[in-house]
Design a protein around this ligand. Structure first.
Ligand SMILES: [Zn+2]
Length: 131
């Protein structure tokens, strides 16, 4: 268990860190000396130290979070891309959505998506194949 070392020093009022120095008697560790990293003020024990309160979530690092990023590239048939939509209008100057009149990109996704009827395959434009 990692110990809290973030403190607000009661002597210098800085948000700083606690330095712990082990105290040995011979080879035996008998205690710790506590200091403020910023000003070097000693503390007799932890009850004198004003620790910063940590958010509970900071106990875990980003690496501990489960990775659940899914990419749907393998399932192109279900992608609501503008280029597959019946409202998608392409001309030499712009790609637009015929529904909203806004500029779009072929790869945009849209919740007004309606699949382009199969018989309307644009001339000269190859039907896209997933592979
Ligand atoms: Zn200090």
């Amino acid at each position: 268990m990692q110990r809290n070392v973030e403190i607000i020093c009661t002597a210098c009022n800085k948000e700083t860190f606690l330095r712990r120095e082990p105290v040995y008697e011979g080879l035996k560790k008998v205690g710790e000396k506590l200091f403020c990293v910023s000003c070097g003020s000693p503390f007799n024990d932890e009850s004198e130290v004003s620790f910063k309160k940590k958010a509970a979530s900071s106990v875990f690092s980003e690496a501990d979070k489960p990775k659940q990023i899914k990419v749907f590239s393998s399932d192109e048939a279900n992608v609501r891309n503008c280029r597959r939509c019946m409202h998608y209008v392409v001309n030499p100057f712009a790609q637009k959505c015929g529904l909203t009149g806004r500029d779009v990109l072929a790869t945009d996704q849209c919740w007004s998506f309606e699949v382009k009827p199969v018989q309307e395959k644009a001339d000269g434009e190859k039907a896209e194949s997933p592979q």
